[in-house]
Design a protein around this ligand. Sequence first.
Ligand code: FES
Length: 168
Amino acid sequence: MGKLQEAAERKIRDICRRYVDEKTPLMMILSDIQNEYGYIPLEVQEVVSEETGISVAEIYGVVTFYSFFSLTPKGKYVIGCCLGTACYVKGGQQVIDRFSELLHIAPGETTEDGLFTLDALRCIGACGIAPAVTINGTVYPKMTASRVNEVIATYLIEEEKAKGVAAE
Ligand code: FES
């Protein structure tokens, strides 16, 4: 978002005012902002602070605690690797390490081309199919490190096809 544009700032203030009667509005406000813009940078947190009277430190704490919120723009494809107990014991760490190695990004980062973001998640409630990975809401059950290449390749092929269509 860079320096906050007037229209964006107005919209953020409007979102805050939606919840003015709520006792604990912060999660609702931040969820709406995350859904609308895809991330919640510091300058946005400052506006939320002005509107709600909640300190920027507290808002920052919430944004950085929950993996659903992000301080930076996410990639086109958001890869969520579950590292909850069930997934961890079934090899979740090897899976995320392989994504990390292949995409040259650490968990929480986005590839330079803006295509992939890698996130480490806590239990997503799918322990029966551990280790679980989600990519933009599609769940990959019983994921293995050796399938990571193939999964990434399917998204890269989609991208190439989309570019081909755009070039026609
Ligand atoms: S621990 Fe991964 S889905 Fe529950």
